[in-house]
Design a binder for this molecule. Structure first.
Ligand code: ADP
Ligand code: MG
Length: 703
């Protein structure tokens, strides 16, 4: 039996919450902190000192000896550099643990090795971390002990953003400012800000770590680069929502405890579609906190897995032939007086504010479909979006039958008098209650689906930070709100003006609505007819960041400068090139040092068998044929390995940038596929005893 848990007590026990501040800070200090959290501004040095001391005392009580400014550089993961609370000893050799307000608010990690895309050269390497006061500090278990983590934004000496957090915070402010203008138009004078809320559903795979460690591809690339499909995949749907096995259940239990301690509201857990695939989802919260918490979720999954002899694979496509992993980013916008702007109410057709917001979002997504697609791209996600086994990477909006009908009426006549009702669901069993259906069914193939009172952006990759997708979403919607408000604020007849604007936006942007099967080939053709962008890869999406349209958007709302955008584009190309380079070298290594030698050993055993059988006067048909087949594939493989190495040499010698990234995509990736094919065929022919590492069957079905 597990011990009984007091979840209420456990929850946020490792977080320096508002409640703890209230308890530990003088009233006036607490008030100042709270005011800055709500309204922005800077802590005075004196207040910062008081907060820092209280935070340090609390951290030390919880066993911490170190603190770190915790930040999110462009690597997509988090970074930390620990400092102890120690100070100079006094004359008597005594040391008093200290932590100043200055240390709390500002840090200067050297950190010059992080990607900056040319924003910092190593000789002008100053980078600063500054406390994001709206995301609470927490104590994380690290290998070196409990450590106080202060969530920070990371900027260069000149104030340019070097991380995922700064632009996100900027985009939240922009969205708030513009959304307030919209709610004011409808008479909401109480609201002072509007915050995006985000709930990220996180998918992941769990495999046995002892087996995973026998595979270089899992170690270096986080995914399998070789591997024939197991006889069974996910076709029986017997894993999806299935009973959670003992070992996995123990893991999930511990993950929940760790997350609850960190104030992450881990709520839903289940088995996913692919064998060995699972999901965890917390309850939604303010976007910046959700971004931080999603990082903690990913980190915790990995850390706890290790303790259970498991390895958590967050890669978007760890195994070919079965589902990959994503992160559904649920997004809504709510005023600080509690109005969710995406709440349609019972009669959305009469809810003018909702219809205006919807029209603006349709416009935003249509005008900036390219940027939204880019925001969800990373190297791993190329396997899920637009290539290989994946559905096309076309952005469209799913509204559901009811809202789609409302939009159609508005476009047609300018009015939406009718509302399709959900109706009653009859179960046909007398002991089961009939109930009122939702007016809208789900559509699992839509990349951007309206789900009741939120949009669910489903393209995001499982391993990626959700910083970029939310920054982009906030930015594009801020722009649409701004343009609408510009027109409506001065309108003589508001009712008429808003009516016209809704009709105009919906008419102009209705092409972005698609309620059909987004995975079908026909949709690709239909989308092309509609003129919707279909950007096939991460590298092909990079240019969307530096179009005049994108620069205008991001500069206007103070989210990115042109220089910052260009630097991000460079970082993306570089990241792509480096990642594929590692994958290519890993493949060559595994091919030449493991697979080819193993197959040769097996060939030798076949050849020995041929000789022995011949001597014994038996029929050598089978071993001879097998030997021929294997020899042929082995030759193919050896050539493919050499070819891959050659093109890798060519690509890695190129100057960094777009051309190089495309060379990795167009040539190196192709050579990798060519090498994988004969290797996977060989795996199916070679005696399992000889195969040099665990197979898909071993990894996916024996956890
Ligand atoms: P499903 O996607 O299956 O409908 P849920 O309704 O449980 O699942 O929601 C999935 C995620 O969306 C959860 O993280 C949940 O907290 C979050 N979510 C629910 N409502 C909102 C909202 N209004 N804004 C943002 N996220 C939300
Ligand atoms: Mg969902």
């Amino acid at each position: 039996m597990r011990e009984e848990l007091n979840v209420e007590e456990l929850f946020a026990s490792k977080v320096f919450t508002l409640g703890k501040m209230k308890e530990r800070l003088p009233k006036s200090t607490y008030k100042e902190v709270k005011k800055i959290m709500d309204q922005g501004g800077e802590l005075s040095p004196a207040t910062a000192d008081v907060v820092a001391t209280a935070m340090k005392d609390w951290a030390i009580e919880n066993g911490a000896t170190h603190y770190t400014h915790w930040f999110q550089p462009l690597t997509g993961i988090t970074a930390e550099k620990h400092d102890a609370f120690v100070t100079h000893p006094d004359e008597d050799g005594r040391m008093i643990m200290e932590f100043s307000g200055k240390e709390l608010i500002k840090g200067e990690p050297d950190a010059s090795s992080f990607p900056s895309g040319g924003l910092r050269a190593t000789f002008e390497a100053r980078g600063y971390t500054t406390w994001d006061i709206t995301s609470p500090a927490f104590i994380k278990e690290t290998a070196t002990g409990p450590t106080l983590c202060i969530p920070t934004a990371f900027c260069s000496y000149k104030g340019e953003a070097l991380d995922k957090k700064t632009p996100l915070l900027r985009s939240m402010e922009a969205l708030s400012k513009q959304a307030i203008r919209i709610v004011r138009l409808f008479g909401n004078t109480e609201a002072t800000k509007v915050l995006p809320s985000v709930g990220a559903e996180q998918e992941y795979f769990l495999v046995d770590s002892a087996k995973a460690l026998q595979r270089e591809d899992i170690i270096f690339a986080g995914r399998t680069l070789f591997g024939a499909p197991a006889p069974k995949g996910q076709e029986m749907d017997d894993h999806y929502f299935g009973v959670i096995r003992e070992r996995i259940g123990g893991f999930m239990h511990d993950v929940n405890i760790e997350l609850w301690k960190l104030g992450v509201t881990s709520k839903t857990q289940h088995n996913e579609a692919a064998p060995a695939q699972h999901e965890v989802a917390p309850i939604y919260e303010s976007a910046n906190v959700a971004v931080d918490h999603n990082q903690l979720v990913m980190e915790t999954l990995k850390r706890v897995a290790g303790k259970h002899g498991l390895r958590c694979m967050l890669h978007e496509k760890p195994f070919a032939g079965v589902n990959g992993s994503g992160k559904h980013n649920n997004w809504s916008i709510t005023t600080d007086n509690g109005v969710n702007l995406l709440e349609p109410g019972q009669t959305p057709n009469e809810n003018i504010q909702f219809l205006l917001v919807l029209a603006c979002i349709m416009k935003a997504v249509d005008v900036h479909a390219d940027l939204l697609r880019q925001s969800a791209s990373n190297v791993g996600n190329d396997h899920r979006l637009g290539g290989y086994e994946a559905p096309p990477a076309i952005i469209s909006i799913f509204l559901g039958e009811q809202l789609e009908d409302v939009v159609a009426q508005l476009v047609e006549t300018g009015k939406a008098d009718n509302l399709k009702e959900g109706g009653v669901l009859r179960t046909g069993v007398s002991t089961l209650p009939d109930f009122v259906k939702d007016a809208t069914d789900r559509n699992r193939t839509s990349p951007f689906a309206f789900t009741g009172n939120k949009f669910e952006f489903r393209m995001v990759g499982s391993e990626d930070s959700i910083g970029s997708p939310n920054t982009t979403l906030n930015a594009i919607v801020a722009e649409a709100f701004c343009e609408a408000a510009d027109r409506l604020e001065g309108a003589e007849d508001f009712d008429m003006a808003v009516h016209d604007l809704i009709k105009e936006y919906m008419t102009e942007h209705q092409r972005i609505i698609f309620n059909g099967n987004g995975y079908a080939k026909e949709w690709e053709e239909e989308a092309a007819r509609r003129g919707l962008p279909n950007i096939p890869s991460m590298v092909a999406a990079v240019d969307t960041l530096t179009t005049p349209k994108a620069i205008h958007l991001f500069e206007k709302f103070g989210i990115f400068t042109e220089a910052e955008l260009r630097s991000r584009a460079e970082v993306l190309y570089e990241t792509y090139a480096k990642t594929i380079n590692i994958e290519a070298l890993t493949m060559v290594d595994m091919a030449n040092k493991q697979i080819i030698p193993a197959v040769m050993k097996y060939s030798k055993s076949l050849a020995d068998a041929v000789i022995a059988i011949t001597e014994a006067g038996g029929d050598t048909y089978v071993p001879v044929r097998m030997l021929q087949q294997i020899t042929q594939k082995l030759t193919e493989m050896e050539k493919a390995s050499e070819a891959l190495l050659n093109v890798e040499k060519k690509a890695s010698a190129m100057e960094r940038g777009k051309e190089q990234a495309f060379c990795y995509h167009d040539e190196v990736m192709v050579a990798m596929t060519a090498l994988r094919k004969p290797a996977d065929e060989l795996e199916k022919l070679v005696d399992k005893k000889y195969w040099p590492f665990p197979t898909y069957a071993d990894l996916l079905f024996e956890v």
